[in-house]
Design a protein. Structure first.
Length: 336
């Protein structure tokens, strides 16, 4: 019977634990398992699983949560009995609810541990200074004229983390905003990548959702690519700024890298490049047990991350080659 990806991941983790996680590097483990027809992705996840240290107690999390819930229920019943026995004031009923905070707190703790593990699988950095720097960029992005934030209602930003993948780095987080339609409201979740560029460029905003620009002054800017114009609404302080940043090579790279329209919007704001994409969460959902990240979820997350990092690389390479390195006289790129 052919093994599926999840089974092979567990085999990798078991073998690494058996031999000792420090006996080989991740690359050496990949070479070791490649001879046994394992995929690099299966080895990557298995390696992290083998190294994982999630302290959730001596029992399985689901069993622990069940026992704590039963304990909370017993304490609640005992308190109600005491109230009736001694004719205690009804306001004291709320005290009986307090034991239910025990399983709730445990659930939060387990979820936090699993989220850290989930992010570690996807190669996020937990260095405190890096996280501090990442979250300093966000107010700067908001205050410098971001149209993504300013034209959306009730925006909520998550903490940001540094992502290190295949020798490339960027900052990643998620945010949500509310869309109102008459009496109904819908919360939309998005993921964003924030990259600090080497130079500051003109503010240029490109969104697939033209309704976001409802009150933004100025006309839509028609660029040299009909395909690009059809997909994005482009705004800038002056048309020449949009033509400067969105040159033909960069527009072609964006359309070529992302044929499935995974990228929703992007903008250059001072020295920041912000790319908004379809939502891919940075936490493992509601699973208490079982895999932190399934092979299918890993492949999807990896594809999304690589698409975004490829676009960031294109932005850096093309903007600096076309604008900065050539010393274009039209350039209005500024030194940081």
């Amino acid at each position: 019977m052919e093994r599926n990806h999840e089974q092979k991941v567990q085999e990798v983790a078991s073998e690494i634990k058996r031999q000792g996680v420090t006996s080989k590097t991740r690359e050496e483990w990949k070479a070791y398992f490649k001879n046994r027809d394992f995929l690099d992705d299966e080895v990557d996840i298995g390696f992290v699983v083998a190294n994982a240290k999630i302290h959730t107690g001596p029992l399985e999390p689901k069993l622990t949560l069940g026992l704590l819930s039963i304990l909370a229920l017993v304490l609640f019943i005992v308190w109600i009995a005491i109230m009736f026995q001694f004719s205690i004031d009804e306001d004291a009923f709320q005290i009986g609810i307090l034991p239910f905070f025990i399983p709730a707190t445990y659930w939060g703790y387990v979820h936090q541990q699993r989220t850290k593990f989930f992010l570690r699988v996807l190669q996020f950095d937990f260095d405190a200074e890096e996280i501090k720097h990442a979250n300093q960029l966000i107010p700067k992005w908001e205050n410098l004229g971001s149209q993504l934030v300013r034209k959306r209602n009730k925006v909520r930003l998550s903490p940001f983390f540094k992502l290190k993948y295949d020798g490339r780095e960027t900052y990643f987080g998620t945010y949500s905003y509310v869309v109102s339609s008459g009496k109904h409201e819908q919360t939309i979740h998005k993921s964003i990548y924030v990259q600090q560029m080497k130079k500051a460029f003109p503010d240029v905003h490109c969104l697939q959702d033209s309704s976001v620009f409802g009150f933004f002054k100025g006309q839509d800017i028609e660029l040299e690519s009909p395909r690009f114009n059809k997909r994005f609404v482009v705004r800038a302080g002056h048309p020449k700024e949009a033509f400067l940043v969105l040159n033909p090579r960069l527009m072609d790279a964006i359309l070529r890298r992302d044929p499935n329209k995974f990228v929703n919007s992007f903008e250059t704001v001072d020295d920041l490049l912000v790319i908004e994409t379809d939502f891919h969460p940075i936490e493992p959902g509601g699973r208490l047990t079982g895999p932190i990240l399934t092979f299918k979820e890993y492949k999807k997350a990896k594809k999304d991350i690589i698409t975004s990092l490829d676009l960031i690389t294109d932005f850096n390479d093309i903007l600096h080659r076309e604008i900065v390195d050539k010393g274009d006289q039209r350039s209005i790129a500024k030194e940081k």
